[in-house]
Design a binder for this molecule. Structure first.
Ligand code: HEM
Length: 466
């Protein structure tokens, strides 16, 4: 399991996002470390992973057990409130603040003791429920009233702020929602009992039966939220299957084992193609309607208020751990505005996931050199095939994202600020332009197979068909 919090993988708290992982000159270098124990390892590009990092966890960046809402008694009012949230929050004229303020006016400090004794999966479940309600309180209604967007600060009721603050510190994430707790660890699958083992392959096989554990929407909009959830889960299922191959590729590079590197790159090629295919299948208006995504799905993820002088984002697509893994594994530069944003987004991943990605970053230069110089032409071809699929993912996300943002009937509130508040065509154009730089960084990570610099296939610039 990746999001456990023991040993050296547990970073203490938020507010130390790593800097972009490459220095100027195009040579990858180690990112700033999250923990002191990591800091020592950054000195050596090929440094070994800890045993826990190298074990190749089979659940990847997914929870290792099916998410649960069987929480300590102090947190059961939160679960109950989540059950009635959608009906109170998602309709015209809604305002959940008076209800939540009353329901969570007080907090018994003994609840913290119960959380301290709880299992990892129960703590994650608590963060899902508490952050869901905190975001509902922050927005008041979904869609939110215009004045909610202007809020610079908000005082949460004690029954939300106390557990949120404690959980955030314990889990090593900012004190607001994040993609992991609001979606990746917020689902139900009939046949997978909450708190029981649920392999990634089981999740994939049952994906059309997966629903949210806690939803904030009702009616047809909920179906679009469910499709968003399924898209992200399938992406992480592919990531769970690739993570052991990424870790073993690092080992193979250290040992100079070209045969194993080729075999692992075959696995990775299939995995990245799957990630690209998932986006192609789900990010379409029929499944995730632009009005739904822009008006009531993405806005609920946002936080956009400062705490201790730091503006907190909330959840965002840039927190998709598998995409983070691929950029790290293939040494994609992250110096563009979007690249820097993606590195910043890491602060919102559970601490152990963040530490693992940093370990992959540290090894990436050695792996790249091995594949480029020693592992042979087939390895280089496979490496480039992987990057071609990642490029395809980014190109589709860019073109389709722009199509979504052109929707005039919905406003958009960029988590990162990359897309300013503008009319549809202007914000779509700003998004496409910003994304283009990271698309180019992806292309630049390709290796020269024979003679000549890598070039982009011009066909991939065309807008994808629906
Ligand atoms: C459904 C419509 C979508 C729209 C309109 C959209 C829009 C955006 C925007 C505006 C950003 C810039 C950061 C921000 O302001 O929040 C972004 C970044 C990102 N989004 Fe999406 N997104 C969509 C769906 C998705 C999905 C389904 C995924 C994952 C499967 C995803 C993954 C990412 C990632 C990884 C980034 C960081 C940039 C990168 O690594 O290329 N997005 N998206």
């Amino acid at each position: 399991m990746l999001h456990g919090r023991q040993g050296s993988l547990h970073a203490p708290a938020y507010a130390r996002p790593s800097s972009a992982p490459h220095r100027s000159g195009g040579h990858p270098s180690a990112p700033d470390a999250v923990t002191r124990s990591d800091a020592g390892a950054t000195a050596e590009p090929g440094a070994s992973l800890t045993p826990r990092e190298a074990s190749g966890p089979t659940s990847g960046f997914l929870p290792s057990l099916a998410p649960t809402d069987a929480l300590p008694p102090a947190l059961m009012p939160h679960v109950e409130a989540c059950r009635s949230l959608a009906a109170r929050y998602h309709h015209d004229g809604a305002d959940v603040r008076p209800w939540l303020a009353q329901a969570f006016a007080t907090w018994d400090p003994r609840g913290i003791e119960a959380l301290a004794q709880a299992s990892d999966i129960a703590r994650d479940g608590a963060m899902s429920a508490v952050s869901m309600l905190a975001h509902a309180y922050r927005w008041g209604a979904m869609p939110a009233a215009p004045d909610a967007h202007a809020l610079a600060a908000i005082e949460l009721p004690a029954g939300l702020s106390a557990p949120l603050g404690w959980l955030a510190q314990r889990l090593g994430v900012p004190a607001c929602g994040n993609l992991y707790h609001m979606l990746i660890a917020n689902w139900r699958l009939p046949g997978c009992a909450p708190g029981s083992a649920c392999a990634p392959a089981t999740l994939r096989d049952g994906i059309e039966r997966v629903t949210t554990m806690h939803s904030w929407l009702q009616g047809p909009m909920e179906e679009h939220l469910t499709a968003t959830l399924r898209c992200l889960l399938l992406t992480e299922v592919a990531g769970a299957e690739m993570l052991p191959a990424v870790l073993r590729l690092g080992d193979a590079a250290l040992r100079g084992d070209a045969g194993e590197a080729v075999a692992l790159l075959h696995t990775l090629r299939a995995g990245v193609a799957e990630v690209s295919g998932v986006l192609g299948r789900y990010m379409r208006p029929q499944r995730i309607a632009p009005e739904a995504f822009l008006s009531v799905i993405q806005p609920h993820f946002g936080w956009g208020m400062a705490q201790d002088g730091v503006r907190l984002d909330g959840a965002s697509g840039a927190q998709t751990a598998t995409i983070q893994l691929l950029d790290a594994a293939f040494g994609v530069r992250r110096e563009s505005a979007v690249g820097v944003m993606a590195m910043h987004a890491r602060a919102y991943l559970p601490a152990a996931q963040r530490a693992l990605l940093e370990a992959v970053d540290r090894r990436a230069p050695a792996v790249r050199s091995f594949v480029a110089e020693t592992a042979g032409p087939e390895a280089r071809e496979l490496w480039n095939d992987c990057l071609a699929s990642l490029h395809q993912w980014r190109r589709a996300h860019q073109k389709r994202g722009a199509m979504y943002l052109r929707t005039e009937s919905a406003s958009y509130h960029s988590v990162s600020g990359i897309v300013a508040k503008q009319d549809g065509p202007a914000r779509a154009h700003a998004f496409e332009r910003a994304m283009e730089e990271h698309v180019q960084e992806t292309i630049e990570a390709r290796l020269a197979v024979d003679v000549g610099a890598p070039t982009e296939d011009p066909r991939s610039r065309a807008a994808p068909s629906w």
